[in-house]
Ligand binder design. Structure first.
Ligand SMILES: [Zn+2]
Length: 98
């Protein structure tokens, strides 16, 4: 276990052997929960998200849900009820074009 701690903390961890606190590593930076950007902890409350990065990060977080939705939609459209819906929609489109 000591080898594992050394691997994570390095050989010169400032908190090892200082009062028996054990391994604690606190980065100076943290990820912004809104945009995922790296922000300095001391600037946490003055951080303003870059709008472009915010949108990209939010889309990135939605990807699994979008993929799940697409899979569920295809499954539905291949079901008997889904095929009826597709045929009905196609009929409606043809009707609207006439
Ligand atoms: Zn941010």
């Amino acid at each position: 276990m000591a080898g594992f701690d050394r691997l994570i903390a390095g050989n010169n961890s400032p908190q090892r052997g200082e009062g028996g606190v054990g391994f604690l590593f606190s980065s100076r930076y943290m990820p912004c929960p809104q945009c995922g950007g790296s922000i300095e902890r001391s600037a946490e409350y003055s951080h303003h998200c870059n709008p472009e990065r915010l949108v990209e990060y939010q889309l990135f977080r939605l990807r699994p849900g979008i993929a799940d939705f697409e899979a569920a939609l295809h499954t539905y459209l291949e079901s008997a009820r889904g095929r009826v819906e597709v045929a009905s929609a196609a009929r409606q489109v043809r009707k609207d074009l006439d």
